[in-house]
Design a protein around this ligand. Structure first.
Ligand SMILES: C[S@@+](CC[C@H](N)C(=O)[O-])C[C@H]1O[C@@H](n2cnc3c(N)ncnc32)[C@H](O)[C@@H]1O
Length: 380
């Protein structure tokens, strides 16, 4: 039987490899379900009362909550479990991909060199991986998205395809495309007359979220860029294997090679939290430059609710201990106001939650956010 989300590029797994990946996935469901839920119990029962006693006031910010939680034994146990399962994720998937790398490289080359291609692949070795991506192994992925160990390497991309399934515990759907599907469906219902002719996905990795735009906007020319060549090679081959026409190119979202006013829709999914305060603004300005008047920019990212300082606790934890340094800062930013400083009219900017097309069951990941995604964007 074909694996969940199978396509011709999809790396296989032996019985033992699959069983180890299933274990990590189940372990993550437990750690990010009941154990993560326990941090809320501990905060309300012990940490918050102790903080209030010591300071004669409630904690006012997520970083205050984070610092107060640091001293608690449950937090140490929780942190150690999350970090360990994250490392186990790559320890489990990585060797399985490395074992079949020559075969995967060969398949990707065949898609690249086929004269029946639907889309295209353009690599540019002069594109530099920004420091905010290269300085640390983002979410503990060894070598990050960009490192290469063989000619025409696809390892980081193939590893991403299998590990994302374990990381999100299957909640992104059969083809891990829930983020793209959710934004595309929201666009269709919010702007029923909007028919983009050219679409661009920034920081596409292997194009999981890019593919739904091909189906939602038939006839549109869909482009996807990233700085990481191994992900683009794999992403291009994967899109071809799934019969989708996407034009992948190696470009920096801060400074693309696209012409002024050349796109109707520019999107990103989980890109912003992996950039920096400065890059975020440069990317918004670049989106404004390449959008046509009336065009839309939409960025989806992993932001939690912020009704209470505790809401962002896990995001702050991830920023400190999961090598996602900008995640905590992104939480506190007024993105529509920043878009207003980057060329867009602030009145045309928005930040809101939208429903997930896949609707993950409540209880997985963070309870309050389950079933929704955070987006921010603007109309030019
Ligand atoms: C979390 S991944 C995005 C996931 C992907 N969009 C999806 O929906 O599956 C972040 C990606 O952004 C890319 N990236 C980071 N900074 C970038 C930049 N300045 N320009 C282009 N890509 C960038 C990284 O290489 C990485 O592939």
């Amino acid at each position: 039987m074909a694996a969940f989300g199978w396509h011709e590029m999809y790396p296989d797994a032996t019985h033992d490899e699959q069983s180890r990946q299933n274990f990590v996935r189940t372990m993550r469901s437990h750690v990010l379900g009941p154990v993560l839920g326990g941090t809320g119990t501990v905060y309300n029962a012990r940490v918050k009362p102790a903080f209030e006693k010591a300071h004669q006031r409630k904690p006012e910010s997520t970083s205050e909550v984070f610092r107060a939680m640091e001293g608690d034994a449950f937090t140490s146990m929780f942190g150690s479990l999350v970090r360990t399962t994250q490392e186990m994720l790559y320890d489990t998937v990585g060797p399985s991909i490395a074992r079949q790398l020559p075969d995967l490289v060969g398949k990707a080359r065949r898609f690249r060199d086929s004269n029946r291609k639907l889309g295209s692949l353009q690599l540019d070795s002069t594109v530099r991986v920004p420091r905010y991506n290269a300085a640390a192994d983002i979410h503990c992925k060894p070598g990050g998205y960009h490192s290469e160990i063989v000619a025409d390497d696809v390892l980081a991309g193939a590893e991403y395809d299998r590990s994302i399934n374990v990381f999100f515990m299957g909640t992104l759907g059969r083809y891990n495309d829930d983020m793209g599907r959710s934004v595309a469906q929201w666009l269709r219902s919010t702007y029923p007359d909007f028919r983009p002719r050219k679409v661009l996905d920034l920081g596409c990795t292997i194009g999981h979220s890019t593919l739904p735009y091909v189906d939602t906007f038939p006839g549109a020319e869909v482009h996807a860029i990233d700085v990481a060549a191994p992900c683009l090679r794999y992403g291009h081959a994967r899109a071809e294997a799934l019969g989708k026409a996407i034009h992948f190119s190696q470009q920096d979202a801060e400074h693309t090679r696209f012409d002024d006013a050349s796109f109707d829709l520019v999107v990103s999914h989980l890109l912003l939290h992996e950039t920096s305060n400065k890059a975020l603004r440069t990317i918004f300005r670049e989106c404004h430059r390449i959008l046509r008047p009336g065009g839309l920019m939409v960025h989806l990212d992993g932001r939690s609710f912020d009704d209470d300082p505790f809401d962002g606790y896990f995001m702050e934890w991830l920023a400190h201990y999961n090598n996602e340094p900008f995640l905590g800062t992104l939480m506190g930013l007024d993105l529509p106001a920043i878009m207003g400083e980057c060329g867009f009219a602030a009145r045309n900017a928005f930040a809101q939650r939208i429903p997930s097309a896949e609707k993950p069951s409540r209880g997985t990941l963070m309870k309050k956010e389950a079933g929704t995604w955070f987006i921010a964007g603007a109309r030019k």
